[in-house]
Design a protein around this ligand. Structure first.
Ligand SMILES: Nc1ncnc2c1ncn2[C@@H]1O[C@H](COP(=O)(O)OP(=O)(O)O)[C@@H](O)[C@H]1O
Ligand SMILES: [Mg+2]
Length: 397
């Protein structure tokens, strides 16, 4: 395959290793500077120029977009996507992961452990928010910090309030987050490629420091992850719309607590620590997936007027309970079931004979008018409960 690595740091360890791994596998590979592209828009033909010349054809793109060039970098990646070039991570996934609030918002409707977090603006909301996440000591976090720089630990509620006030007066957006004390200055970095964790390390903060980032002096050791941690890391990557990611998790009492998902995870720390060829795993994955560029389903499907993607809930007492998908007559009404969600289980392309249960959710594509009639009146009016509560609240109805 012909691969472009998008990077502004051709000499960085990660870029060199990825290039080297691609060469070893006899792929054609070039490192292209993200900021040297010109994005050209014209009716029916999105295109790119690189260093003033029309870009030749590439089969795949591996974006390594640093936080300082998110806007331009994701615009370049989006252009490749519009040109139907396979991108190891999409602009949408990169944007989701860049913002700690946005990523937690997206993750919070799924079955994924997170430290309780609150985002407020009004001064009056600060104290109740601190209390809701568990009181002091409490973590205060800048939404776009990296390398541990924007993460603070306030020992008392008073200290937390003044820090938040100060940051907000400087026009900074901050998250208020439960301090997961039991993780004791340690965290887990799982490196996910596709639907697998290919390597993992535990980072341990040194001395009085609670932040375990390598840039804050944290020391890394290889770790064998349990199934629960692997599953969480892979799910988060998929939910964020990424295929290559570094998932950071705290070791909480009830299992993994996801802090963030990085879309351009560094290779040096984790390859050195584990001795694994992670660059090779990334390249092999891209080579295997190159024929499946991401399709923006909403953008493509919903251009057919009157059709769309929707979720149908099956509450207790619904006619659908106990019926097979075929019996529901969804198909006859021009509605296709793409995926069935049952608790934490995801069943893609469910078979016609599969029987529905109370609490199921069906992701459907079809005629919106037909689907409207299938959303039970009560659930349509009610605020939809959080997924974690869904099963019990439906059972209680
Ligand atoms: N809620 C928390 N409880 C305990 N420690 C935390 C919490 N959030 C962050 N940390 C510590 O601070 C470090 C940096 O936090 P993180 O959210 O990953 O920000 P960054 O993007 O700057 O790395 C983590 O690796 C972890 O050691
Ligand atoms: Mg981090």
């Amino acid at each position: 395959m012909k691969l472009a690595i998008l990077s502004c740091a051709p000499k960085a360890y990660s870029t060199r290793r990825l290039q080297e791994a691609a060469r070893q596998r006899e792929h054609q590979v070039r490192v292209l500077n993200t900021l040297k592209f010109a994005i050209d828009l014209e009716r029916g033909s999105p295109s790119l120029h690189y260093r003033q010349k029309e870009l030749s054809h590439y089969d795949a793109v591996l974006p390594r977009i640093g936080a300082s060039i998110t806007y331009y970098g994701t615009a370049v990646v989006r252009q490749f996507q519009e040109m139907d070039v396979f991108c190891a991570n999409t602009s949408h996934g990169i944007l989701n992961s860049r913002d700690k609030l946005r990523s937690l918002q997206i993750l919070s409707r799924h079955h994924v452990g997170l430290p309780r977090t609150s985002f407020v603006r009004d001064k009056k909301d600060v104290l109740p928010a601190i209390e809701r996440v568990g009181g002091a000591p409490v973590i205060i976090k800048l939404i776009e910090g990296t390398q541990g720089i924007g993460v603070l630990l306030a020992e008392t509620v008073k200290a937390a309030e003044s820090i938040i006030e100060l940051l907000q007066s400087q026009k900074q957006n901050v998250l208020i987050q439960k301090f997961v004390a039991e993780s004791k200055g340690r965290d887990i970095r799982a490196f996910v490629v596709g639907d697998q964790v290919v390597a993992a390390m535990r980072r341990v903060a040194q001395g009085q420091e609670f932040r375990s980032n390598v840039h804050r002096g944290g020391i890394a050791e290889p770790v064998e992850l349990s199934e629960q941690y692997r599953e969480t890391a892979v799910r988060c990557t998929q939910i964020m719309g990424l295929r290559v990611a570094g998932v950071d998790m705290l070791e909480g009492e009830d299992g993994p607590q996801v802090m963030e998902v990085n879309s351009s995870p560094g290779l040096e720390g984790i390859e050195t620590c584990t001795g694994l060829d992670i660059a090779g795993a990334v390249i092999d994955y891209i080579a295997a997936q190159v024929d499946f560029p991401e399709i923006d389903v909403r953008q493509r499907l919903t251009v057919s007027r009157g059709y769309g993607v929707n979720e149908i809930y099956v509450p207790e007492g619904s006619n659908f309970v106990g019926q097979s998908i075929a019996q529901t007559k969804l198909w006859e009404n021009d509605v296709n079931v793409l995926t069935l969600y049952r608790g934490a289980k995801v069943i893609p392309n469910p078979r016609a004979e599969r029987t529905l249960e109370a609490g199921d959710k069906l992701l459907c594509f079809g005629k919106l008018e037909a689907m409207r009639g299938m959303i039970p009146a009560r659930t349509r009016r009610r605020r939809r409960p959080a997924v974690q509560e869904l099963d019990s609240s439906i059972a209680a109805q």
